[in-house]
Design a protein around this ligand. Structure first.
Ligand code: FEO
Length: 143
């Protein structure tokens, strides 16, 4: 399992979003590590649930920024968010049905991990370019 490490290449240049992405990566790494190490079921469920909650909160927050600022790419971006939420829900269901199997660990590692980094690099970066071009200020927010 290769963890995702935050570095400047993942920065979208908007501090409020970068801060959320750092937390999101931390949640992802904790969940992936718990699955990989086959931690106790309760521990894996806790980390996966935290990842699901944080992902939903982050996506909602990002979509709120897009709506408030009339971002023309909102529908396309939201579609990507919905795809990831479904993938994550499928992984959680797989865990609940089959436990911390090798395919689940691989799914976390390759598919979800790659998706997350690619999404930040390609999709979120488009929104942050829009934010910078328009001179929009995104306030610091939680999550
Ligand atoms: Fe940062 Fe579009 O998720």
């Amino acid at each position: 399992m290769s963890k995702i490490e935050w570095d400047d290449s993942l920065s979208v240049g908007v501090a409020a979003i970068d801060d959320q992405h750092k937390n999101w990566i931390e949640c992802f790494n904790s969940a992936a590590e718990a699955v990989e190490a086959k931690h106790e079921t309760a521990q894996v469920i806790k980390t996966l649930a935290f990842l699901v909650d944080y992902t939903e909160d982050h996506f909602s927050t990002e979509e709120k920024y897009m709506t408030e600022n009339d971002y023309p790419g909102l529908a396309e971006h939201k579609e990507k968010h919905d795809e990831l939420k479904k993938t994550l829900a499928d992984l959680v269901r797989d865990f609940q049905e089959e436990g911390a199997t090798r395919p689940l660990a691989d799914g976390m590692d390759t598919f979800l991990g790659n998706w997350l980094a690619n999404h930040i690099h390609e999709v979120d970066m488009k929104f942050s370019s829009f934010v910078r071009e328009k001179g929009i200020t995104i306030p610091a927010a939680t999550p």
